[in-house]
Structures are given as structure tokens and as C-alpha cells.
Design a protein around this ligand. Structure first.
Ligand code: ADP
Length: 291
């Protein structure tokens, strides 16, 4: 197969692992920076052009689209879809999963367990919204935030109200969520490929924090998921239409709840924690789809 990897930097761990695994399995692989791809969308034969060269005759696309470049990255992926290529994650699934609010709405509709979550526009509705998520303490999340950076714990109603009105003054979109105290600063990343959880790790927040993101210094170790947890993760990925997804769960008194679904999950943390070759599983998945 000829596989095209859309990534800003071929030296990133996940991109390097994908190249290595694809070559090891006998495929040809090339990395291009999707921000340097352009396209003529009206052409009868949809093509993507990279620095003057038409990117033709590829079989599959693996996209590693950064959170800040979702709009353009998804447009490039879509153009490849128009040209009939297999894309590991389809463009609409990427766009859907990047919108935290939209994805939670879709997951809730499918009956997937989530922390109680509220969303409001007007500062006058802040108190009402706090009441809908069953009070204090609560978690406030910037919709555009990633890697835990826009996630704040408010321990009093006054603190919640002040933070929410400050964010709203800045015109930031925020959602408010029930704080799952019993998660005890831990969350789970389940890596789903197709119909399978191919690896899972539990992340633990650094001392004094409740956010378990590895980027914030959290620690990851392999975890065994129950069948129910595996099913939740697979269903979440499927509901959003993702072939590959990093599904983040937290364990609550009423079962495991989905907090986020990531369409370009990093491989470094999960491969280190599980000692599994997840990159090769991605390539095997593409092989199974193309054959
Ligand atoms: P980001 O997309 O920025 O990573 P998340 O929604 O995944 O934001 O939250 C970051 C971390 O904060 C999670 O990994 C989890 O450890 C913790 N967390 C998020 N939501 C809750 C919640 N409702 N209750 C308890 N902890 C939470």
C-alpha cells in the first residue's frame, strides 16, 4: 500500500512510529505537512497538491491534525475522501469530535454515560446553569482548551460564578460539569481502533491537582478495563464515527463516564505504559479495510 501521513512534523513520536510500522509491514509511506497542501475544489478530478506536486496514487491517509488546525486539516482530509481514498478518520468525524459540546450532545443521545454537563450563553444564566449540574464543587472547561489547560475546579458557588463571568467577559465558550470526586485525580485513556480497545492506561494527576493529563505531569500505567468499559469506549468512538480514537473515561460511583474523545491520540504515553505496538495495529486496521 501507499500510505500518506498528514502531520506537521515527521519527527514527532507518533508520526515516527507510524512511519516505522508501515515500512516494517512492507508499505510505502510518506509524510506531508497538511498546512502546506492546497487544492482545487472545483476540479472534476479532486486532487491535493503539495508544494506543486499532485498527491496521487495513494491508498490510504492517516491524519494527525493538531487541535488548532482542525478546520484546514479536516478540509484536506475531505479532499482526499472526495478523491476516493480511505481515511483512517473521516473528516466529518474529526470535526465532530473536536467540538467538545457537540460530541457530548451526540454521546448523550446514544445513552453513553457522561458527567452531568451544562452550557449557557448569558452571564445572567450562570446561577441557573450551576444548579442544573447539581451544585458545588464543579468543573469549568473552556471549549477550546486541550491538554487540561482550560479546565478549572471551582469549590464554592462564588468562585464558580466569578470564573464563569470572567470567561464569558472574554467571550470564551465554557461548559460546566459535575465534579467526579471519586475519580480521585485519575482518568483512563482507552485507545480504540475499529471495534477493539487495543490498549488502555490509567493516568494519575500530579500531587495537588485533579487533572490527570500527561502533558501536565500526570503519570500513566497500564490498566485492565472491564468488558463494560471496553464497550463504552468502542461505542463512543463508533458514535462519533472515528476509526481510531483515544477515549477518556473517569470511574464514578455510577460507572465509567466518558469525558472526551480524541481523534488524533498520541501514541507515546500509551505505548510506553502498555508496551504494545499500537502503531502497527493502526496499519493492520488500514490493511483490513483496504483488503
Ligand atoms: P482536556 O481536553 O483539556 O484534556 P478534559 O475534559 O479531558 O480536558 O479534562 C482534563 C482532566 O481533568 C481529565 O483528564 C480528568 O483527569 C480531569 N477531569 C475532567 N473532567 C472532570 C470531572 N468532571 N470530574 C473530575 N475530574 C475531571
Amino acid at each position: 500500500m501507499k500510505i500518506l501521513v498528514l502531520s506537521r512534523n515527521k519527527n514527532l513520536y507518533s508520526t515516527r512510529r507510524i512511519i516505522h510500522s508501515a515500512e516494517k509491514l512492507g508499505h510505502e509511506v510518506r509524510v506531508v505537512d497538511y498546512l502546506r497542501c492546497y487544492m482545487n475544489i472545483t476540479s472534476k478530478k479532486p486532487t491535493v497538491i503539495f508544494r506543486g506536486e499532485k498527491l496521487e496514487n495513494y491508498d490510504a491517509v492517516i491524519s494527525r491534525i493538531g487541535a488548532s488546525y482542525t478546520f484546514y486539516g479536516a478540509a484536506v482530509v475531505r479532499q482526499f475522501e472526495m478523491a476516493g481514498l480511505f481515511t483512517i478518520n473521516r473528516s466529518e468525524a474529526i470535526t465532530r469530535s473536536r467540538d467538545k459540546l457537540r460530541s457530548l450532545q451526540i454521546l448523550a443521545r446514544e445513552g453513553i454515560g457522561l458527567p452531568v454537563t451544562g452550557f449557557a450563553n448569558h452571564t445572567a444564566d450562570i446561577d441557573g446553569m450551576i444548579d442544573t449540574v447539581e451544585g458545588i464543587p464543579l468543573v469549568i472547561k473552556l471549549l477550546e482548551g486541550t491538554q487540561g489547560k482550560g479546565v478549572v475546579l471551582a469549590e464554592t458557588k462564588k468562585a464558580a460564578s466569578s470564573v464563569l463571568s470572567a470567561f464569558r467577559q472574554l467571550k470564551a465558550n465554557i461548559l460546566v460539569q459535575e465534579f467526579i470526586k471519586e475519580a480521585d485525580g485519575k482518568d483512563i485513556r482507552a485507545l480504540v481502533i475499529g471495534n477493539e480497545v487495543v490498549g488502555a492506561m490509567e493516568r494519575t494527576a500530579p500531587e495537588g491537582d485533579f487533572r490527570a493529563n500527561l502533558h501536565l505531569g500526570g503519570d500513566g500505567r497500564e490498566v485492565i478495563l472491564s468488558d463494560e468499559e471496553k464497550n463504552i469506549a468502542i461505542k463512543a468512538a463508533k458514535t462519533l464515527g472515528l476509526g481510531i480514537a483515544g477515549v477518556d473515561l473517569i470511574r464514578s460511583n455510577r460507572g465509567s463516564l466518558v469525558i472526551e474523545v480524541n481523534s488524533s491520540p498520541g501514541l507515546e504515553g500509551i505505548e510506553a505504559a502498555t508496551s504494545k505496538d499500537i502503531a502497527s495495529k493502526m496499519i493492520n486496521y488500514i490493511e483490513s479495510k483496504i483488503n
